[in-house]
Design a protein around this ligand. Structure first.
Ligand code: PMP
Length: 431
């Protein structure tokens, strides 16, 4: 369905911005139709250009874990803005947020702030290569670590949605250093390690994948990876851009009890402003310039507005198990409600994967445990129909079968009931 004002804005945007958007998945190409243009947001709701109020299950792709325009974040930002928005010189704020992040996240001594998840992952890999003096990288098909060249090898998210996992512009030279393993398949990792003895710097993984829909690590998988890495001098990088400060205050490392050597962050850590970060124990972080030889920098890195939003957000989440309990309970409630809707329609195949406040529905009768099973589920137009059905009912889901939904704690049980009823209604009219 197209909406008058959003569609007009989209037509105009397309004249000046490739595809009308600044990040591909926003264009609705995977689900068809014109994207919804947003005017403002508050709490659990987005308000679009056609004046509709939408219940938001994207949360800006993760950051708005406490809902939009959180009062404390907004007030601190207004105050900070009046004191200047960028200095290109150190501020006390940066140490404050670094100190808090190091306290909240297990197993890290130091952290460096950048401007996006892409930068965080790109820098983490450079650091791992510098530290180990090795060049190759293992990633998992369907995992997305940003749009840096080394990661656009069977990447998830928009790179999957658009059917171009290997983007033109990524050189053969770069591609040859990225080795592909299969999520939840330790043997595929062990084989690569065996075939590339002494050459692999790092294994990078989304500990809970969110870029091929939500996919959970099977019991023992992450522990097995940890073991393979330890036995072979390989650094294990957890890309916690989605999971960090979301699955627990200490992210997936805390929630799943497995420790990584380098952890990357984005989304929640910036409280809705452009922030990424990577962190590790001191001996690794000291390889970074200006202390060590691995170069990494940024004009706007540690920007005072971004750090203010991030610090306020982390302070709201620190020592606050109640917020994680609440998010888990709300998501479990949604999960049960959706499950009940689908169970009433045995003719419609489905799988619901969830951990904490990450959840997604795959239209498949097979368990979705890796990229291959996720791709199988994404065939056909079931997800698009479901997505548009929800949107017509003012529920805003990620516009792709390959994206996790993110719950925010501003959602009320009424909002979730409305979502479940919308699902019920769609499935009743499915055939
Ligand atoms: N890693 C993961 C797991 C992500 O989900 C994303 C973005 N969705 C990124 C890295 C890249 O982050 P950004 O879009 O901020 O560059």
């Amino acid at each position: 369905m197209n909406y008058t004002r959003s569609s007009a804005l989209f037509q105009e945007a397309k004249k000046y911005i490739p595809g009308g958007v600044n990040s591909p998945v926003r264009a609705f190409q995977a689900v068809g139709g014109d994207p919804v243009f947003i005017e403002k947001a508050k709490g659990a709701y987005l308000y679009d250009a056609d004046g509709r109020q939408l219940i938001d299950y994207i949360a800006s792709w993760g950051p708005m874990i406490l809902g939009h325009a959180h009062q404390e974040v907004v007030e601190k930002l207004i105050d900070r803005t009046q004191k200047g928005t960028s200095f290109g010189a150190p501020t006390e704020l940066e140490t404050e947020i670094a100190k808090l992040a190091v306290k909240m996240v297990p197993n890290i001594d130091q952290i460096r702030f950048v401007n996006s998840g892409t930068e965080a992952c790109m820098s983490a890999v450079r650091l791992a290569r510098g530290y180990t003096a090795r060049e190759k990288l293992i990633k998992f098909s369907g995992c997305y670590h940003g749009h840096s060249d080394a990661f656009l090898i069977q990447a998830g998210s928009g790179a999957l949605t658009f059917g171009t996992p290997n983007s033109p512009g990524v050189t053969q030279g770069t591609a040859k250093d990225t080795l592909l393993a299969r999520f939840n398949d330790l043997a595929s990792v062990a084989n690569l390690v065996e075939q590339n003895q002494g050459e692999i710097a790092a294994v990078i993984i989304e500990p809970v994948a969110g870029n091929m829909g939500c996919i959970l690590p099977q019991p023992g998988f992450l522990e097995g990876l940890r073991e393979i890495c330890d036995q072979n001098g390989i650094l294990l990088i957890f890309d916690e851009v989605m999971t960090g400060f979301r699955l627990a205050a200490g992210g997936a490392q805390e929630r799943l009890g497995v420790q990584a050597d380098i952890v990357t962050f984005g989304k929640v850590i910036g409280g809705g402003l452009p922030v990424g970060a990577f962190a590790a124990r001191q001996e690794i972080m000291e390889f970074l310039a200006p202390v060590g030889p691995v170069y990494q920098a940024g004009t706007l890195s540690g920007n005072p507005l971004a750090m203010t939003a991030g610090l306020t957000m982390l302070n709201l989440l620190d020592n606050n198990p109640e917020v994680y309990r609440s998010l888990d309970e709300k998501t479990a409630y949604l999960h049960q409600g959706l499950e009940a809707c689908f169970k009433a329609h045995p003719e419609i195949p489905y799988q619901i994967n969830r951990l904490g406040s990450m959840i997604s529905v795959h239209f498949s009768d097979q368990p979705v445990v890796d990229f291959e099973s996720s791709a199988l589920a994404a065939r056909g137009d079931s997800f698009s129909r479901f997505f548009h059905g929800m949107l017509e009912r003012e529920i805003y889901l990620p516009p792709s079968a390959y994206e996790s939904w993110f719950l925010n704690d501003a959602l009320s049980y009424d909002d979730i009931d409305k979502t479940i009823h919308a699902c019920e209604d769609i499935l009743q009219n499915w055939s």
